[in-house]
Write a protein that binds this ligand. Structure first.
Ligand SMILES: [Zn+2]
Length: 199
């Protein structure tokens, strides 16, 4: 890379830090960006900066939002008796694509993973319990990924939630084993929602 000018080497290095981007893709993206008019590149830079600066997590469900509460928590038309627990805000996008779910969400911020040092205390579990307190929630649908850790987290939550008198369900298998919501098509996810089972 020594044959490249320092600014483009730096750009390639920064792009390489993104998930799924290796040297080859980073180099291609860098050269593509440099061929664009300055105002286009400026727009991209501004979008990155604005998204990073203005986004925060919803005070109720930890979804990403630019306001105190996210669009789902603010909505008048969502079913407040159902809360779907997901690992990350990206999972919400995929569940919304099914068009099948009308309830609210709760973003855990990961799964319990003792080997990687993730304990229940590090996840958004306390705030989930607090949301159930007013007794308005009838069903919690656990939509953690169908991995060993996602399953263990689902069981942990079920144990915690069921004594509170709430119905706890889990997305049906049918989701590819070890697969992730992020890579599951809307049809399969729709079926997994419809055929969810009691925990
Ligand atoms: Zn929210």
């Amino acid at each position: 890379m020594k044959e490249l000018a320092e600014p483009i080497r730096r750009l390639i290095e920064e792009l390489k830090r993104l998930p799924g981007i290796g040297t080859k893709t980073a180099t291609r993206l860098a050269f593509h960006l440099l061929r664009q008019p300055p105002e286009d590149v400026e727009r991209l830079a501004a979008a990155l900066r604005d998204a990073r600066e203005s986004l925060r997590t919803c005070a109720a469900c930890h979804n990403l939002t630019d306001q105190e509460f996210c669009e789902f928590c603010r909505s008048e038309s969502r079913n407040r008796r159902q809360v779907c627990v997901v690992e990350s805000p990206q999972d919400i996008i995929n569940l919304e694509r099914t068009g099948r779910y009308q309830g609210l969400y709760h973003v855990l911020g990961g799964v319990i993973a003792p080997l990687s040092g993730v304990t229940p205390e590090q996840l958004n579990i306390k705030t989930l319990l607090a949301r159930l307190e007013p007794n308005t929630v009838e069903e919690v649908i656990i939509a953690t990924n169908p991995t060993a850790e996602g399953d263990a987290t689902a069981l942990y939550l079920a144990k915690l939630l069921k004594p509170l008198g709430v119905r706890v369900t889990r997305l049906a298998v049918g989701l590819p084993l070890g697969g992730e919501l992020e890579y599951t098509d809307a049809g399969t996810l729709q079926h997994a929602l419809d055929a969810r089972r009691e925990l």
